[in-house]
Write a protein that binds this ligand. Sequence first.
Ligand SMILES: *Cc1c(COP(=O)(O)O)cnc(C)c1O
Length: 336
Amino acid sequence: MKFEKIAKRGYVADPTPLQELKHFRKELGGPQIWIKRDDLLPFGGNKVRKMDYLFEEALQAGADTVITASTNQCCHNGILLMLANREGMQSKIIMETWGDPSYEFSSAPEYELYRLAGNPEVHVTSEFPSGPVSEMPLALEIAHRVQEEGGKPWFISRGGEGPLGACGYVGAAFELVKQWKGQIPDVLVCPCGLGGTQAGLIVGLRMLGCPTKVVGIGVTGKSKAVMEQSVAAQCLALTTFLDIAPISDEWVCCVEGCAGEGYAKPFAGQYQSMRMLAQTEGILTDPVYSGKTLFGLTELIRRGVLDGAERVVFLHTGGMSLYYDYHTLRPLLQEG
Ligand SMILES: *Cc1c(COP(=O)(O)O)cnc(C)c1O
């Protein structure tokens, strides 16, 4: 199988825990709920599974500097910085603020962390992302300068997007099926940001003939149709990359209406779900991704959508660095 021959660095050496959420379920009712603790991955977030492959590719190409872009509210840039340090590479980071011109890196909650962890070159842009990092004028300018200084630049895609990055979640699907030991859940709930995590899981489970349905909870405010089209396209890119048969679009399912006012904008309902998990199980979720996904799961249960299900698994994608974003929850404290 081609998948098993694709080289990676080995950042993810051990399976992350799979645990039952008994107390949480007692509050909520519904099917058995299990959690896949990808928040306990080394470096604390789902991006490390993707970068396991992407850094291998960069190193094989002889790169000594990685250039990437992502929002300040995604664990992507922070994890890239740590991994570049580990590999002895330079990192050049573009913080995208999605139209918010008020962001200032030097007064942002993550500033000290970045300084402590290598003080990388950070550029801030409030332009909306359009097209891949490797085509951004700013990224190209940085790459050009690195080359002039004798370095070898390499672009790492935004959020680890693309088939090679998604292989990280094919691997996670393989890991899960082993952990299930034949007790196959009906549904696996994960966040849908750019969608690579969900696409990797769908393809990985289908490769093993596993009937579990992967449900992606939209965290960016995109419509169901737009998300499903994007995830289906990523599944196709991945199966093509892996030289395997394409997967029917029936396996792609995304849920809208769980993102509040949009990406990185928290709301009272999600605050309640986050609080319930923290107080019943001692597990923190982040305000941008896993908190909204958890809200999505509780909504599916409350609305009876999962009534026929016996067992569901919630993928906690981590985002430890986003716990710095807890200050954005403060306005919700009165309501919750
Ligand atoms: C990036 C990110 C996601 C979204 O993953 P996609 O593959 O882009 O859908 C989910 N959770 C966390 C913590 C993230 O940083």
